[in-house]
Design a protein around this ligand. Structure first.
Ligand code: FE2
Length: 435
């Protein structure tokens, strides 16, 4: 007798109609048909069963503060940073924890069971650091929260950031962060990359730097991040977040930089929802999209993930922490609409992101944690198109969230038609990958 069996599941790799048995918090069997029964059985016919979504880039200390103390009228990154500086002194630990827990509930309902969140260390009291370390511990049975020590006001530009970043890491923050394009000069930005990578090397930590998040085609911090990663032997531990300036660089230099990123094995995180709204704000027409060169990176097998970045905060007035919304926006901006592209985009919010966070035992093979999401969609393409209900969210073999299937009743010509916008409503086949 198994504890849980999910029957007739479709998997993201195209495998169809398999049974998945889970015991003691782990996947124990994946087979076409499991004969034995289980304490709990779920019929997943016509449903995609995936490992959980992973948000590799978020700011949990600022989330759900939209409108405090006022809204971002220019819609720019810089007004967002200024707004956050105004707000910071007025928020206390209870406020941060209440909002963080609310966001975690949203994440879990959407099937996101791992989040890498940057936490601003430019506060002498490190209030957000202390608060989110508590949230990380409290939420750990349900969601993996990884924290990045993020010097929002600049590692060298803020007078105390060098000391505060070390202190945050001493307190248990997991990853070294940075923001070189916000330092006063290009040289200071480069020096911050060197210093932060050396801290990661010394402490044996991963690094994830906001890097060249601007429309400036001459910003050059990604090449420095790659050079320092190679010099210090940090390959596979370093991530560049945003890299939006690559959108504006001339193609000759961008081509050179792509080669350097490839040989460095730098992980890359694009944030489509935010990049498409913050970048190109000073353009008239044509307006630049501002997202980094995701398609070209994926063609080179560079590991690219997509993050949510913000939800209802000084930088972004939208969002519900749905990683399929992130992926769908990324698909549009990158113009990755082909059959293979869809699978690459789905991986950007699942397996690629899990690799960046170095999540242990993540996946659908026997022995992996029984962390699973059952979607009201048959395959990744349909999931991206519909952003469907997460029917079941399972953590360590236990159901921790459920949603009802979304079906509309349409009354026409004296008849009632159920409409769920499924592929099966317009193709004769019910359960096949689209060709
Ligand atoms: Fe960010």
């Amino acid at each position: 007798m198994h504890q849980l069996i999910i029957r007739k599941a479709n998997l993201p790799d195209g495998t169809q109609h398999v049974d998945i048995a889970c015991n003691d918090g782990r996947i124990s069997v994946v087979a076409p048909q499991i004969e034995t029964s289980a304490e709990t059985e779920i019929d997943a016919s016509h449903c995609l069963v995936t490992s959980p979504f992973v948000d590799s880039h978020f700011h949990m200390d600022a989330t759900l503060t939209y409108g405090r103390p006022r809204v971002n009228r220019s819609g720019t990154l810089l007004e967002g940073i200024a707004l956050w500086s105004e707000l910071k002194p007025s928020i206390d630990s209870a406020d941060i924890k209440r909002r963080a827990h609310a966001l975690c509930r949203w994440a879990i309902a959407k099937g996101n069971l791992a989040i890498r969140s940057h936490v601003d260390i430019c506060d002498p009291a490190l209030t957000a650091v202390h608060s989110l370390l508590e949230v990380k511990k409290e939420i750990s049975p349900y969601l993996d929260l990884q924290l990045v020590a993020f010097p929002q006001d600049g590692y060298f530009r803020h007078p105390e950031a060098t000391r505060l970043l070390d202190k945050a890491l001493d307190l248990g923050v997991d990853v070294v962060g940075g923001i070189p394009h916000f330092e006063r000069t290009q040289d200071a930005g480069a020096a911050s990359v060197t210093a932060l990578c050396e801290i990661a090397e010394r402490r044996g930590l991963m690094a994830d730097l906001h890097c060249d998040e601007s429309d400036d085609p001459h910003s050059r911090h990604v090449e420095t991040l790659c050079a320092e990663t190679q010099r210090l032997g940090l390959e596979d531990r370093v991530t560049g977040s945003h890299l939006t300036s690559m959108h504006s660089m001339d193609n000759y230099y961008a081509g050179k930089l792509l080669s350097i990123i490839e040989e460095t094995q730098l992980h890359v995180i694009a944030n489509p929802l935010i990049n498409i709204t913050l970048q190109g704000r000073m353009d008239s027409y044509p307006k630049r999209r501002g997202m980094t060169r995701v398609k070209e990176m994926m063609e080179r097998d560079i590991n690219v993930a997509m993050g949510h970045d913000c939800a209802l905060d000084p930088w972004y007035a939208q969002g519900s922490h749905d990683m399929l919304e992130v992926a769908q926006m990324g698909l549009h901006i990158a113009q990755m609409t082909g059959q293979e592209d869809v699978h690459k985009i789905f991986a950007a919010v699942t397996t690629n992101a899990a690799k960046i966070l170095q999540l242990q035992d993540y996946g659908l093979a026997p022995g992996c944690y029984a962390d699973l999401v059952i979607l009201q969609a048959s395959n990744p393409a349909e999931a991206l198109r519909l952003r469907p209900s997460r029917l079941y969210v399972i953590r360590r073999g236990e159901i921790i969230a459920r949603s009802q299937p979304a079906v509309s009743q349409v009354n026409l010509f004296g008849q009632t038609y159920p409409v769920a916008f499924r592929d099966s409503e317009y193709t004769p086949a019910t359960d096949v990958e689209r060709t």
